[in-house]
Design a protein around this ligand. Sequence first.
Ligand code: ZN
Length: 216
Amino acid sequence: MTTAPTTPTAQLRGNACPTWCAGFHVPHRTDHHGNPAHPEDAGVEHGSATIDEWHVQATMTALQDEVTRVTVTEFRHDHHNDDELPLIQASAVNPGHLCSVGLYPSDARRLGEALILAADMVEDRIRAMRGEQSMNDYEADRIAAAIGVMRPDWPVPSVRTLIRERLQDRPRRDVAVALAWIASDSATKTPARVLESGPWWLAAAADLHDTREEGK
Ligand SMILES: [Zn+2]
C-alpha cells in the first residue's frame, strides 16, 4: 500500500466491505429525485456470493424458471452503525409471487431447522407408507450427535462415519437404540462394537418381534 485513499467517499463507513462481501453493492446515497440522501439513511448495501440457488418445486410449470437463491446482505451506513447485522435472504421461495424474506441469522437457523424437522417428519411418514426404513444423512448425523453427547470420548465424526458406512440401511430407530445401548455400557470402549450381534439389537427389536420379519 503506497497511497492513502484520497476520494472523500473512501472514508465513508458504507464503503467498508464485510469480509464475505463479493463486491455486489447497492449504494443508497441519493433519494428518488437524485438529491443527496439524508445523512442518517446514506450508505451501501453489500452482497455476498450466492450461497445456494435451486429451482423450488413450483406448482405452476410456467413459473419454474424462477430461481430460489440464498445470499447474505448487509447495509452499512456512512455515518453510524446502528442496527447493522447481516440478513440472510431467500428470494422467490414462492415462485410467481413477490415473496422474499430477510432474516437475522438466529431466525434463519430456526427457520432452516424447522423446515428440516418438518421435512424429516413428513419423509418418515412417506418412507413408512412405502415400506422403506433406511435413514437419510441428516438422520444419521443427528444420531451421531446424540451419541456424542452420551459419550464425549467417542468423536462425533467417527460415529457419523460408522453410521453412514455400516448402519445406514438399518431402520433409524434400531440404530439409535442399539448405539444408545452400547454408549450406556461403560465396558464398551468403541462404538464399532455395535456391528457385532449382541443384546443391543435385541433391545432395538424389543416390541417389534411380532410384526418384523427379519430376526435382528
Ligand atoms: Zn462490499
